[in-house]
Design a protein around this ligand. Structure first.
Ligand code: UD1
Ligand code: UDP
Length: 380
C-alpha cells in the first residue's frame, strides 16, 4: 500500500511521527513523507527528534504568512508531487491549513484521504479559527476517519458520516509523548537545554508555571488580556516563576515581548525541542495555554491545565477534571491561576485520573485498520 504522510506544523509532526515510524517498519507499506513546511524551525525540531527525513518538502513558509498563502501554496505544491508519486492514500492530521489544503489537493487528484484526529468539534466555526472549519471541511473529503475518542466518533456520526468509515483509535499524541517521556526519564538533567533565562530556575528546582499561547482568534485583545493576567500574577506571586516558550509567529512575539519582557520572574524563551518541553511540563506547578495538544498531553503527566480559550474541542479532559476553560478574561485567569498556586498540588494526587485521549497504541491501531482497508476487509 502506497501512503503519503502529509504534515507541516509542529503539532502535526509530533502526532504523525509515531504513525510514520510504525508504518515504516512494516513492509506492507511503501510510505513517503511530504512536509509542506508551513512551519520551518518548529517543524524541523520535531523531525530531528523523531529521526524523520522527508521525501518531499514544499518549503512554503513565509514570514507572517496568511491563510491564502498557505492554502494556495500547499494545493499547487502537491499537484506536482501527486504526478510523480501516486499514493493509494494520503494521511493528513487534525485541523491545520496544511491538513485541509492537503485533503482538497488529494481530492482533486482522486486519491483517498485518511484523516487522523478526526471528529473534534466546538460547533463554532470561528473558534478556534480557522481550525474548526479546516477539520470540518476535511471530514467531507475523507475516506477513513481515525477518531481519537468515542465523543469525536459521535460528532462525525451526527454529521452523517458513514459509521463503517469511522474508527476509534486513541490519539497518537500519547504515543509520541511516551517516546519523549522515555528519553526524558533516561536523562535526568535537561537544564542545559536552551532554556535561556529560565535555565537557573530549572537547575535550581524552583517552582514555576509553564505558559504557551498562539491562537489566531486570540490575536489583539485576547493576547493583551492574557499578558495582563500573567503580569499581575507575576507581581502578586513574586517567588514564583513563569516560563513562556514563545511561538515564532510575529503576531505572538511582538505583543508578548512588549508586554512581558521587563518582569524578572517571567522568562520568555525560544520554542523548545519536544523532550525538554515535556520535561518542563512534568516539572511545572501547572500549565496555562491555548494549545490543543497540550490539553491532551497534560493528563499523562498529572498536570492541571488552565485553557485560555472560550471553547474547547477536547471536553473529555474537562470531564476528567484535568483542564479548566478560563477563556481570555484577565480577572478569571488571575482567580483560577491563584487557586492552583495556593493549592500547590498536581492532579497526581487523585489516583482515578487517567488520560482520556489514549494509551500509546493509536499508531498500531491505525496501521492495522489501513491494512484491512487496503485489502477490503474493513468491517466496523
Ligand atoms: C499554525 C496552525 C494552527 C496550529 C499551530 C501550531 C493554521 C492556519 N494554523 O498556526 O492550527 O495550532 O500552527 O503551532 O494552520 N513561524 C516561524 N517559524 C516557524 C513557525 C512559524 O517563523 O517554525 C512564523 C512565520 O512568520 C509564520 C508565522 O509564524 O508566517 C505563522 O505560522 P502559521 O503556520 O501560519 O500559523 P500558526 O500560528 O503557527
Ligand atoms: N511543544 C514543544 N515545544 C514548545 C511548545 C510546545 O515541543 O516549546 C509541543 C507540545 O508538547 C505539544 C505541541 O508542541 O505536543 C503543541 O503545539 P502547538 O501548541 O504549537 O499547537 P496546537 O497543539 O495548539 O495545535
Amino acid at each position: 500500500m502506497k501512503i503519503l504522510a502529509l504534515f507541516g506544523t509542529r503539532p502535526e509532526a509530533i502526532k504523525m511521527a509515531p504513525v510514520v515510524n510504525e508504518l515504516s517498519m512494516d513492509p506492507f507499506f511503501q510510505i513517503k513523507v511530504c512536509v509542506t513546511g508551513q512551519h520551518r524551525k518548529m517543524l524541523d525540531q520535531v523531525l530531528e527528534f523523531f529521526e524523520i527525513t522527508p521525501d518531499f518538502d514544499l518549503d512554503i513558509m513565509k514570514f507572517d504568512q496568511d491563510l491564502y498563502d498557505i492554502t494556495s501554496r500547499v494545493l499547487l505544491g502537491l499537484r506536482e508531487i501527486f504526478k510523480s508519486f501516486k499514493p493509494d492514500m494520503v494521511l493528513v492530521h487534525g485541523d491545520t491549513t496544511t491538513c485541509f489544503a492537503g485533503s482538497l489537493s488529494a481530492f482533486y487528484a482522486q486519491i483517498a484521504v485518511g484523516h487522523i484526529e478526526a471528529g473534534l468539534r466546538t460547533g463554532d466555526l470561528l473558534a478556534p479559527y480557522p481550525e474548526e472549519a479546516n477539520r470540518s471541511l476535511t471530514s467531507r473529503l475523507t475516506h477513513i476517519h481515525f477518531a481519537p475518542t468515542e465523543w469525536s466518533r459521535n460528532n462525525l456520526l451526527e454529521e452523517n458520516i458513514p459509521a463503517n468509515t469511522i474508527f476509534v483509535t486513541g490519539n497518537t499524541v500519547v504515543d509520541a509523548l511516551l517516546v519523549a517521556k522515555t528519553k526524558v526519564d533516561q536523562h535526568q538533567d535537561w537544564s542545559f537545554h536552551c532554556y535561556g533565562t529560565a535555565r537557573t530556575i530549572v537547575e535550581a528546582n524552583k517552582p514555576f508555571v509553564l505558559i504557551t499561547g498562539h491562537r489566531r482568534e486570540n490575536f489583539g485583545g485576547g493576547f493583551a488580556s492574557i499578558c495582563g493576567a500573567i503580569l499581575e500574577l507575576a507581581n502578586q506571586y513574586s517567588d514564583l516563576h513563569f516560563i513562556y516558550p514563545l511561538h515564532l509567529n510575529p503576531n505572538v512575539q511582538k505583543p508578548v515581548q512588549q508586554l512581558l519582557n521587563q518582569q524578572s520572574n517571567i522568562h520568555l524563551i525560544s520554542p523548545l525541542d519536544y523532550p525538554p518541553f515535556v520535561y518542563l511540563m512534568s516539572r511545572c506547578l501547572f500549565i496555562m495555554t491555548d494549545s490543543g495538544g497540550i490539553q491532551e498531553e497534560a493528563p499523562s503527566l498529572n498536570k492541571s491545565v488552565l485553557v485560555m480559550r472560550e471553547t474547547t474541542e477536547r471536553p473529555e479532559a474537562m470531564q476528567a477534571g484535568t483542564i479548566l476553560l478560563v477563556g481570555t478574561n484577565k480577572d478569571k485567569i488571575i482567580i483560577e491561576a491563584g487557586k492552583l498556586i495556593k493549592q500547590n498540588k498536581t492532579i497526581s494526587e487523585d489516583p482515578k485520573v487517567t488520560n482520556p485521549y489514549g494509551d500509546g497504541k493509536a499508531s498500531v491501531r491505525i496501521k492495522n485498520i489501513l491494512k484491512k482497508w487496503y485489502t477490503g476487509e474493513t468491517e466496523n
